[in-house]
Design a protein around this ligand. Structure first.
Ligand SMILES: [Zn+2]
Length: 74
């Protein structure tokens, strides 16, 4: 799969790999060519190459749905 994954600061990323603390959700702290994320489980923050990170993302939980023009309520 080569989908473009879009996320921004404040979003929560669910990654395919699990952090040593057992958590898979990471909060986005900064976005650029490198992305800074913080593990929600243990609070550890790290900087990852954006391309590598995108491959590891399972899903994105957007933090601010009101900024989205389309609100589809499933
Ligand atoms: Zn952790």
């Amino acid at each position: 799969m080569a989908n473009i994954i879009r996320f921004c600061v404040g979003d929560t990323l669910e990654l395919k790999k699990t952090h040593p603390c057992g958590n898979r959700s990471f909060e986005v702290l900064r976005v650029g060519s490198e992305v800074r994320v913080r593990c929600i489980g243990c609070g550890h923050d790290m900087v990852l190459d954006r391309i590598k990170l995108e491959k590891a993302i399972r899903r994105v939980h957007t933090a601010a749905p009101e900024t989205s023009p389309m609100t589809t309520d499933q």
